[in-house]
Design a protein around this ligand. Structure first.
Ligand SMILES: *[C@@H]1O[C@H](CO)[C@@H](O)[C@H](O)[C@H]1NC(C)=O
Ligand SMILES: *[C@@H]1O[C@H](CO)[C@@H](O)[C@H](O)[C@H]1NC(C)=O
Ligand SMILES: *[C@@H]1O[C@H](CO)[C@@H](O)[C@H](O)[C@H]1NC(C)=O
Ligand SMILES: *[C@@H]1O[C@H](CO)[C@@H](O)[C@H](O)[C@H]1NC(C)=O
Length: 174
């Protein structure tokens, strides 16, 4: 009876651990995505509507915006909302000009981008995004930018650890 009791408890425990592990894996952070601005169109002036493009995308903390463009013809400026309305890059918050720029989305909220060449901005090379919190309970809800980059590796190490623990317990208990 006692042996059966222990055995049943052990099996319940194993099942519990399996569930916990499974739930944990489900809640693991999604991989940070590299979002190529404009998709196949990339970052250029050809009538492409970046505002429309933004509507079909989702932006979250941990993702990267990737600007790919001809650097002799375009650039990238991160500006304030007011400067954006005015297509002004004069007081840009950040400027990029390598032609292959990676902008980490490290905080929630709005971000505005434009090209400062000629009339490119007023002709459509501009867009606003709203960055949402990362889709995981592991990420803090507010923007604690410096730690977000480390979260996926810590979480995946923790997941691996949980799986190992579960496997070892499973061998002993079953
Ligand atoms: C890049 O832009 C410059 C200036 O408009 C143009 O002369 C050149 O051909 C472009 N290069 C490519 C690879 O499109
Ligand atoms: C808008 O941009 C123009 C040209 O860059 C500048 O002269 C003007 O001061 C700007 N206005 C505001 C409100 O930023
Ligand atoms: C892009 O499309 C939006 C509607 O999604 C429109 O309001 C805007 O004027 C368009 N921009 C350009 C440059 O055509
Ligand atoms: C967040 O990203 C911006 C560029 O998008 C960068 O200037 C800033 O240093 C970053 N902050 C941190 C804490 O990584």
């Amino acid at each position: 009876m006692a042996i059966n009791g222990i055995s049943i408890e052990a099996k319940s425990l194993t099942l519990m651990l399996a569930l916990v592990t499974f739930m944990y894996l489900l809640s693991s952070p999604v991989e940070a995505r590299d979002i190529i601005v404009g998709g196949d169109n990339m970052w250029t002036l050809n009538g492409f509507n970046y505002t429309t493009w933004v509507k079909g995308e989702k932006f979250a903390v941990g993702d990267n915006l990737v600007f790919k463009y001809n650097r002799t013809a375009h650039d990238v400026n991160m500006v304030s909302g007011i400067a954006f309305k005015n297509c002004s890059a004069e007081n840009s918050l950040a400027s990029f000009s390598t032609g292959n720029d990676i902008v980490p989305l490290n905080m929630t909220g709005n971000m505005w981008f434009l090209c400062s060449f000629g009339q490119h901005c007023s002709k459509g090379m501009k867009f606003k995004i709203t960055v949402l919190a990362a889709e995981t309970p592991i990420e803090p809800p507010t923007a604690t930018a410096p730690t977000t980059g480390d979260a996926p590796s810590i979480a995946s190490a923790a997941s691996t650890f949980m799986v190992v623990i579960f496997a070892v317990l499973g061998i002993f208990l079953l």
